[in-house]
Ligand binder design. Sequence first.
Ligand SMILES: [Zn+2]
Length: 145
Amino acid sequence: MVKLVCFDCGQTNRVPQERLAAGPKCGTCGTPLMDGKAHEIDAETLAKAIRTDEAPLVVDFWAPWCGPCRMMGPEYSKAATALKGKARLVKLNTEQHQKAAAQFGIRGIPTLISFDKGRESARQSGALPAAQIEAFALRPSGAKG
Ligand SMILES: [Zn+2]
């Protein structure tokens, strides 16, 4: 079983590993837990997901005023779709959540951080194309290739 926090209601769900790619839903609110979309989440939900999630979690620290962040947006969404069932990709708006950005030591955006079982496993600054975001997301586990 793999623990995943619902990005909508914050509930912790337990999902069988083999069902991750089949589009599991939150038992409490019915929101898809791994739908291949890059979800915008708040600092509180992010903190809980980092503590709880047992699947790779990637966070894009971005802001609406940041040109490179906006450029990377569609690429990030593409990567999220490609990684459905393998990793969850989320976005944190650093303008709305400045305290969280400071806690994670974000100096420039966009910055990607991947978390694996509660720990930061990799960090990368600068806009990336979808293929590189996918490679980044899967690097911690080392399972791919
Ligand atoms: Zn839910």
